[in-house]
Design a protein around this ligand. Sequence first.
Ligand code: FE
Length: 230
Amino acid sequence: MTFTQSSNHIVKRATRRGGIVRFGLGLVAAGGILAASLAPGVLAQALQPQSSVGTIAATTSAVSTTAQMTVGTTQTLTVAQTEGPYFKTNSPERTSLVDETVQGTVLTITGQVLAADGTPVANALVDFWQANASGAYDNSGYNLRGHQYTDANGYYTLTTVVPGLYPGRTRHIHVKVQAPNGPLLTTQLYFPGEARNATDGIFDPSLVLNVTDNGDGTQAATFNFIVNAG
Ligand code: FE
């Protein structure tokens, strides 16, 4: 995966192993219908100004042709947050950031990427990066960095460790989310019951993970992202 950044835009091209351009096989299989909506390998979208991304409430409704009932839902888009200074392009594609070199409390985060009408978004990019259990980022390599794509039902699963604290911030995990034809969302996830949540000026309560203790020394958490699906 490569990012080309300019002052206002991030253009990203995702490739599978062996250089097969993402969506290339799908286009062959699905023919011209997909070809019109999915340009091969390109998830290029303009980054919207932060102020316009965060709190847009989108309303979509669907009317049943038989009962004439409105069955749509209204969901507020996941709030955008600052990228911070430690994002790196070209993270490895993987669902687990834990290996023998990583220490800390193992945490599994699961959830869906959903459009504003509640429709699951398949093949959405979800790119995580975070500090280690000691509060340090790996800025020379890719420890605790990785991206993945949601499955056919919009689900992602990340295995990682609970990030440590570092000066000036509460506990958090950074993430970028992008539907195949949607704008790039940059945000952060937080932990419940953290004393520093009350004093961190970036913290947003709508971004708190739902965390449960598995009772075996590991933790599980859930979070759904609501995104502009394009
Ligand atoms: Fe950070």
